[in-house]
Design a protein around this ligand. Structure first.
Ligand code: NI
Length: 390
């Protein structure tokens, strides 16, 4: 795979990936990470570099001045997980780990920057976004507020994926990640002695009914062809075995791949919670906190990305997602504003398939760094030419 880039560049990408892996930083704390990125970019001959949004970095390679910008994005943050990979370059920061491959995303985009810096004539200028705080879903918005999408023509990004062998690029039309909203239900009933239930409005019973009733939204109300999830992760109530609880709180997550389904889930949760409260005389308030929207590739942008992917790994190694992904990704905020595509880089390590992203034993095949750098390099040129011809 490393014939896709020079062995010199491959060695540099592996080195920077391992360095970042060994020194992971949590969302919003990516200070050393930003320094490392800037150093690599300087060595690669990229001169227009700036820090934005505290720990984010953008870098620019100029092209024809009238052309809109091609934007390439990587995320840079790590997770609060204690690493258990036994890699030589395991995290030295206790309890923090690059368990989602963002070290790899950063390294491959740095590789692409070096490749693009060597191009004499780019069809369009290229801006690289090294975005912090993806895991908090807050980094993309912060970068956008700093103006990183100014004069943007198209944007491309991607994620390493252990479900696919290295050398495979996964490009899908339509949804590739779900929206990630959360909800909080507060139940106010009436507490009483455990032996005198007729004097209570039991918040545990009302909450339990609500937990069961909410399951029917996905199973009975949403078209099964459109994936969605309503999960309750927290149900808190009660103080003692002989006290009927007067209050309970439920917290959960809501996932959907389509905006209409997302809206339906929100109203259905509100409606069912209110009705269950009325049914039992409890006061129920429901608050929905909006998270990231779904990531949706338009057919046109997916087609362009597929072309870039085929130039990189060959037509036969470009595949669509096999199954729906209900995880979130704040790349969706960029796609709301600029056309683009989000893909996956196959990076299976034989024998380690069972350790998913966010596992303490997660790792990926470093050969995928060459694929990713090469894809971004080709994509910047292909998309730039497309913009020029528009
Ligand atoms: Ni990730």
């Amino acid at each position: 795979m490393n014939q896709l880039v020079s062995s010199d560049l491959f060695v540099k990408m592996v080195a920077v990936r391992r360095d970042l892996h060994q020194h992971p930083e949590l969302s919003g704390q990516e200070f050393r990470t930003a320094d490392t990125i800037i150093q690599f970019l300087k060595n690669a001959g990229v001169s227009n570099i700036s820090r934005v949004a505290k720990t984010g970095v953008i870098a620019e390679i100029p092209g024809p001045s009238h052309a809109p910008w091609i934007i390439l994005r990587a995320d840079t943050d790590a997770l609060p997980i204690k690493e258990e990979t036994n890699l030589d370059f395991s995290s030295v920061n206790e309890g923090i780990m690059h368990a989602c491959g963002h070290d790899g995303h950063t390294a491959m985009l740095l590789g692409a920057a070096e490749l693009l810096a060597q191009e004499a004539h780019l069809p369009a200028p290229v801006r690289f976004i090294f975005q912090p705080s993806e895991e908090h879903g807050a980094g993309a918005m912060a970068m956008i507020q700093e103006g990183v999408l100014e004069n943007a023509g198209m944007i491309f990004g991607g994620h390493l994926d252990r479900h696919y062998p290295t050398g495979t690029l996964v490009v899908t039309d339509g949804p590739v990640n779900a929206s990630t909203d959360t909800f909080l239900v507060e139940i106010l009933g009436q507490g009483a002695h455990g032996a005198r239930p007729h004097e209570s409005i039991d918040a545990v019973v009302v909450g339990s009914l609500l937990v069961m009733a909410l399951q029917t939204i996905v199973s009975r109300e949403v078209d099964p062809a459109f994936p969605s999830v309503v999960s309750i992760g927290r149900f808190q109530s009660g103080t003692a075995s002989n006290v009927i609880a007067g209050q309970a709180t439920l917290e959960g997550t809501i996932r959907a791949q389509h905006p209409q389904v997302r809206a339906h889930l929100h109203t259905a949760i509100q409606r069912i919670a209110k009705s269950i409260g009325q049914l039992h005389g409890a006061n129920i308030t429901t608050t929905i906190h909006l998270g990231t929207p779904p990531v949706i590739n338009s057919p046109e942008m997916a087609a362009l990305s597929r072309q870039g992917a085929a130039l990189t790994v060959g037509q036969d190694n470009v595949v669509p997602l096999r199954t729906a992904n209900m995880g979130g990704e704040d790349f969706s905020y960029y796609l709301e504003k600029v056309p683009g595509a989000y893909i996956r880089f196959g990076s299976q390590v034989p024998g380690l398939e069972s350790f998913p992203a966010h596992s303490s034993k997660f790792d990926f095949d470093e050969q995928a760094l060459a694929v990713g750098a090469s894809y971004f390099h080709r994509m910047a040129i292909l998309a730039g030419q497309q913009l020029l011809n528009q």
